[in-house]
Design a protein around this ligand. Sequence first.
Ligand code: TYD
Ligand code: MG
Length: 468
Amino acid sequence: MARARPSYVCQNCGAVSQRWQGKCEACGEWNTIIEEGAALGVGGAAARKGLVGRAFALESLSGASKPVERIVTGISELDRVAGGGFVPGSATLIGGEPGIGKSTLLIQACATLAQRGGRVVYVSGEESTEQVRLRASRLGLSSAPVQLAAQTLVEDIVATLGSGDSPKLVVLDSIQTMWSDAVESAPGSVSQVRASSQALIRYAKSSGAAVVMVGHVTKDGQIAGPRVMEHMVDAVMSFEGDGAHAFRVLRATKNRFGATDEIGVFEMTGAGLAEVANPSALFLAGRDVSAPGAAVFAGVEGARPLLVEIQALVAPSTLGTPRRTVVGWDGARLAMVLAVLEAHGGLKLGGYDVYLNVAGGLRIGEPAADLAAAAALVSSLVGVALPHDAVYFGEIALSGAVRAVGHAGLRLKEAAKLGFLRAYTPSGAAKDEDAGRLPTSTVSSVASLVAEIAAAGVAARPRKKDEA
Ligand code: TYD
Ligand code: MG
């Protein structure tokens, strides 16, 4: 039998080529191609021996299926993102930047679940058992009956898990450190990650244990290794937040057993991650209600309303090309809102630097934030504080119109709950029949938004004309 030729695999996108190249032609990344041993894939030995597959029985869609009982860890923010607890036999991938708290979250989840009963195994490939124990004792979780190991060989791990009761939950921290004997390349390489996760997913399906794997992320926030891994697992979660702020957001980007875009909010404290039951209150804490340039956005993440402050600073620029800086929001979206404010709101922003920041380090993806961002920008430009008891939501169209967005009732209810007294909304939002709503003022276009804020400025400061 001829020796299998090595193949060259891009570590960024997983593309395979026959020779080494400096640049991957599939994804355009440089220096990502490395040599990996040929994998004994489908169609190899079996095809040569001329084996024929066995026929199996097909089933109907309406067959009886038992209701699955979910594995509830007891950390309700995590269970919520998983769709009400982990599904037995499922595989979940959790990605996030180094130091964000993945290991902390998972050891806490393991400990709370173990305390409620059932076998729970935590396998660390990055830290020694001593280090994991130290962390657990700092978190006050030493007494939880979690089974620990510092191992990286997947075959050994699967064999260990297979002996004794089958575990409810198995955590592997991280998949990039795991390696399988069946593949000849370094841990962390695409084929190793693929082979190891395949073996672990197979174990999950056959044993009914929920397997949670930690995945490293690349510079641009993607889970490192092959994208195929995201297709193989049942759920992909990302753990986000920035080092400067204490809170962390867990998001499901894929979930075969629950809603995606569901979020869980945590706060990193000296004693580990604490669940935040009322995130809006956290994001609005310490708000300066009298300063111009701040608007409260009534947002929705998943099925959950979330109020957050959007801050803007519009200041005269000394640069030829004024600065546009945005944190926590999309830069292209800011450019669009600025263009609409110029074209339809009659503002001249060409000579101003513009900074936009979502308070607390949260990242917002909803177009519904347009109206709040526009209000904050206008407020900063004209130097007039917005009403402190108002929230804003609505999508801005290129025509300057403010368009309706989903979940209006949910947004209004959350704002009312937090003591806000009115909402600036697109027309149509008020029709949403939901109890506990608060009074709404309709903003039909950016022109009326600008006029309203400017008028409030004139009323507040009759003796002085706007400097802007
Ligand atoms: P860790 O869970 O090790 O992150 P990851 O596994 O995602 O790389 O989190 C480590 C960080 O969390 C570390 O920088 C310190 C901080 N931390 C706390 O602030 N409080 C705590 O109780 C713990 C355990 C960690
Ligand atoms: Mg870690």
